[in-house]
Design a protein around this ligand. Structure first.
Ligand code: AMP
Length: 506
């Protein structure tokens, strides 16, 4: 089974529907997209001598060509290596070398950086700029039949965002991607032909992964002309294209809600915002629901089990009269249909509801391993279970609350302290724009709690008032012993806060 069969099906069922749009303008119908991908796949194999299983990378600002390239790759039985357009040259070099990619597609803004990175990637034969004639020529050939793939063949090397250390290439197979797609229909939504999805978040990550459930249902995938997340432009596109779905990281939801353009959003324009990839604080979530309505669905996943571990559905978001509504909003929801999820101790024994342990996952979405990294694979995949490195607890109704990455947990005086709990409290203060809590080594206690806080512009925040807030809401021993007011929090290219850098500051 080749994941590209989704496009073949849509080229028949939704033949004349618009498949791709550049900003407000239709780019290709489903039939034309299928034809183009198929012709490009002929070219990839004939011109460059690529054989099934070879890797083809891309470093593209969000653009329609990303989808063309992906389906050309899969149609030819090759494996895609999507790279985040905002990576550093050294990170590109590492991924190109580690994956052994033979071709890399780029947008002009990245051509020089990739050429530089390519010096360290001996397998790379060609860099193709998708805005130039060599790219256009790839579409001038004959279609070829879709390559036959086994379900376990690698389809997508998903390089983890690497908040610590080097990225690792989670090898996602055709089966993994299909299972993720079906899970979208089971747990998230079943989009309708003629609807739209705007790709505002990086196509190399969650937004790109959602291309499958959209494409298989005849939805138009819309790429902002800026190639990135610009709130005003995104709102314009959501108003332009009907029944819009979008994937946003929590910080992007926050930016949308706080932007004046949010007020221009046409009632009913938004079908669904899926958010995830990092914690969404309850105060931010409530503000988003107030401003946008009941259009939010949370997902918790990781590259190693893409977009699928647990979800908090629109329906649960809306059940505000439920006695545990607040706790549910603070959770990541219930296990996805396609996976088994457990919370376990270090020996792998399941823990009862209420007890905190590591989250492990098993199912058809779980990667086959890390590319070229058997040691990391052996650490993460044990007896068929993926050890996520995330720590959390189930409640008696099966809702999973994430505490933190296990390495971010603070141990002070023998007690476990989960930074997220303290961050949730600090975020209640209207003067706090952002915050992050970490542990600092302490001779007597092992570690002590330190909060980094970014104040909203024009606000004079004091440690004393934040301390008061903590005293009113959490146990005394969890209170930060020190507040550091800073201009901005260090983040990686996916907007995830780099706690390692904060710890280094201490
Ligand atoms: P990545 O593989 O880059 O997508 O990162 C996955 C990690 O992001 C997970 O292991 C979690 O630590 C975090 N994450 C993903 N979804 C959520 C969520 N809904 N809430 C909190 N953290 C999340």
């Amino acid at each position: 089974m080749n994941i590209a069969h989704l496009l073949l099906g849509s080229s028949q069922e939704f033949r004349d529907h618009v498949a791709l749009a550049r900003g407000g303008t239709a780019h290709l119908s489903y039939r034309d997209l299928w034809r183009k991908a198929s012709v490009m796949s002929t070219y990839l194999r004939a011109r460059f001598g690529l054989v099934p299983g070879d890797r083809v990378a891309f470093a593209l600002a969000n653009c329609v060509e990303a989808i063309e390239v992906m389906y050309a790759i899969w149609h030819a039985g090759l494996c895609a290596v999507p790279m985040n357009a905002k990576l550093h040259a050294k990170e590109f070099a590492f991924i190109l070398e580690n994956s052994g990619a033979k071709i890399c597609f780029v947008t002009p803004d990245l051509a020089t950086t990739i050429a530089e990175a390519a010096k360290e990637a001996p397998a790379l034969k060609e860099i193709i700029d998708v805005t130039t004639r060599p790219y256009a020529l790839m579409a001038v050939s004959d279609p070829s039949p879709m390559a036959d793939c086994a379900p376990e063949d690698p389809a997508w090397l998903f390089y983890t965002s690497g908040t610590t250390g080097r990225p690792k290439g989670a090898t996602l197979t055709h089966r993994n991607l299909l299972a993720m797609t079906l899970n979208y229909y089971a747990d998230v939504d079943r989009p309708v032909a003629g609807g739209s999805m705007v790709h505002a978040a990086p196509i190399s990550h969650g937004s790109g992964l959602w291309n499958f459930p959209m494409l298989a249902r005849g939805v138009v995938q819309v790429f902002p002309e800026s190639g990135k997340y610009d709130v005003a432009e995104t709102v314009e596109l959501m108003n332009r294209w009907p029944d819009c779905s979008i994937f946003l990281a929590p910080t992007m939801v926050k930016r949308l809600v706080e932007h004046p353009a949010a007020g221009d959003l046409r009632p009913g324009a938004l079908r669904l915002i899926t958010y995830g990839g990092a914690p969404m604080y309850v105060s931010d979530l409530k503000r988003a629901m107030g401003a946008l309505g009941n259009v939010l669905c949370q997902l918790y996943g990781q590259g190693e089990s893409p977009m699928t571990i647990t979800h908090l559905s629109r329906e649960i978001h809306a059940l505000s009269d439920h006695p545990r509504w607040e706790a549910r909003l603070a959770s990541a929801g219930v296990a996805d249909t396609c996976v088994e999820v457990r919370v376990v101790d270090e020996t792998g024994q399941s823990l009862p509801a209420g007890e905190v342990g590591e989250i492990i996952v098993k199912g058809d979405t779980v990667m086959s391993g890390y590319w070229n990294n058997p040691e990391a694979t052996a650490r993460s995949l044990r007896k068929g279970w993926l050890w996520t490195g995330d720590v959390g607890a189930f409640d008696q109704d099966g809702f999973l609350t994430l505490k933190d990455r296990s390495k971010d947990m603070i141990i002070s005086g023998g007690s476990n302290i989960y930074p997220r709990e303290i961050e949730d409290v600090l975020n209640l203060h209207p003067g706090v724009a952002e915050c992050s809590v970490v542990g600092r080594p302490h001779a007597e206690w092992g570690e002590e709690v330190v909060a980094f806080v970014v104040a909203r512009p024009g606000t004079a925040l004091t440690a004393a008032e934040l301390d008061r807030l903590c005293l009113d809401n959490i146990a005394r021993f969890k209170r930060p012993k020190d507040y550091r007011f800073i201009e901005a929090l260090p983040k990686n290219n996916y907007g995830k806060i780099l706690k390692t850098e904060l710890r280094a500051l201490l």
